[in-house]
Design a protein around this ligand. Structure first.
Ligand code: TXA
Ligand code: MG
Length: 352
């Protein structure tokens, strides 16, 4: 398949190109586009064939439901059968933005889109190019992250091209994703609503709307242990995973540096190539050249934005193992550690 690559200038968006991308989606084609969380791979959510092609292009298991994207709040009624009051409040406060709301689906949404469920995830992104493309499509747009299944989500167009060139019809590029982690997913088909995937809109944020909102216990479970199963089908897969084995070291800052340094020394003696993911505060503490900083520990948004790209950069260097500093699991740190732990398949050492 010949993939058309279109790079748009954020300050001067070519409306003709947007229209052709929207037409392509409506007519059953696959179109990757930027969003503020990660790049998405879009198709007409109402078109079973087109949605099946998303699963094929990504190599994704088809029991994993897709998020349906809309460009204006009113369109939620095209996708969802009903919108409970608490979901309305979340939409009023956080849309457009990085939160997906699970609602009872309308019959027009095919089961291939909902992964066989009676519910559907709905999202209204804030990224301008995304909204323009969805608007031009004039249909709801099913869009998972635009990576090959199992790879870290792409936060820039180069990574989308790397994964999906020749597998999709269009790739639209804009700026790098400003958030860099996928949206918060909250299930509002039940009361109280339950967070199925942590993201930039945190549990604390949502508790300000309804204090009964809670986090799915299953997101912490390692699928190789007989833990509690995650409620969102997609959360059970080894997502976000680079090729190298990832190990997280978490806890007391000085002890973390000591522990990572000692693993580094031991593994290098065995002839292994090791990459380290550190922070601005610690990057100079390690005696290796293969070390990337996620940013300052004082700015979790910067850290979140750089996780997936850092994992991919270390894969490009073909390291055997990635040693990654942990982040405190508070506020947005919960979402950050959720992605890191999944990349590490829960291989985490705590040092105090
Ligand atoms: O930020 C995002 O949400 C990005 C951008 C492109 O919008 N999309 C994204 O989609 O991350 P995807 O397909 O990679 O992840 C969707 C997640 C999965 O964990 C899936 O299981 C869950 O949302 N999900 C979707 N619909 C659901 C439903 N009806 N019930 C439960 N979980 C659902
Ligand atoms: Mg994904």
């Amino acid at each position: 398949m010949d993939t058309k690559i279109i790079i748009l200038d954020e300050n001067n968006i070519d409306e003709k190109l947007i229209k052709s991308a929207g037409d392509a989606i409506r007519n059953g084609k696959l179109v990757a586009f930027p969003t503020e969380t990660v790049y998405g791979l879009g198709a007409n959510a109402l078109d079973e064939e087109a949605v099946k092609n998303i699963y094929i292009a990504k190599g994704r298991p088809s029991d994993n439901p897709l998020i349906v994207h809309i460009s204006k709040v009113e369109d939620v009624d095209l996708v969802a059968k009903e919108v409970p009051a608490v979901a309305r409040e979340i939409m009023d406060k956080y849309w457009p933005g990085p939160i997906t709301i699970i609602l009872p689906k309308r019959p027009e949404i095919p089961y291939v889109t909902s992964g066989g469920l009676e519910s559907v995830g709905v999202r209204l992104p804030s990224e301008e190019i995304a909204r323009k493309v969805i608007d031009a499509a004039t249909v709801p747009v099913a869009a998972p992250s635009a990576n090959l299944s199992g790879k870290p989500s792409p936060t820039n167009v180069e990574r989308v091209i790397e994964d999906l060139q020749d597998r999709v019809d269009y790739i639209i590029g804009g700026k790098s994703s400003v958030i860099g982690l996928e949206s918060t997913v909250i299930d509002c088909t039940i009361y109280p609503p339950c967070i199925l995937r942590p993201g930039a809109i945190t549990l604390e944020d949502l508790k300000n709307i309804d204090e009964n909102i809670y986090m799915d216990k299953g997101i912490e479970s390692n699928n190789t242990n007989e833990g509690i199963k995650p409620k969102a089908p997609g959360m059970k897969y080894r997502h976000y995973a680079p090729k190298a084995a990832v190990k997280i070291v978490s806890g007391n800052a000085n002890k973390v540096i000591e522990e990572i340094s000692s693993i580094l020394e031991r593994e290098e003696k065995l002839g292994k190539k090791i990459g380290i993911i550190a922070t601005d505060e610690t990057i100079n503490k390690y005696s290796t050249s293969i070390v990337i900083s996620l940013g300052s520990r004082k700015n979790l948004y910067e850290i979140g934005k750089n996780i997936f790209e850092s994992l991919r950069k270390l894969d490009d260097l073909e390291v055997d193992m990635i040693l990654c500093e942990g982040i405190e699991e508070k506020g947005y740190g919960v979402a950050i550690m959720n992605r890191l732990k999944k990349a590490a398949t829960f291989d985490i050492i705590e040092v105090y």
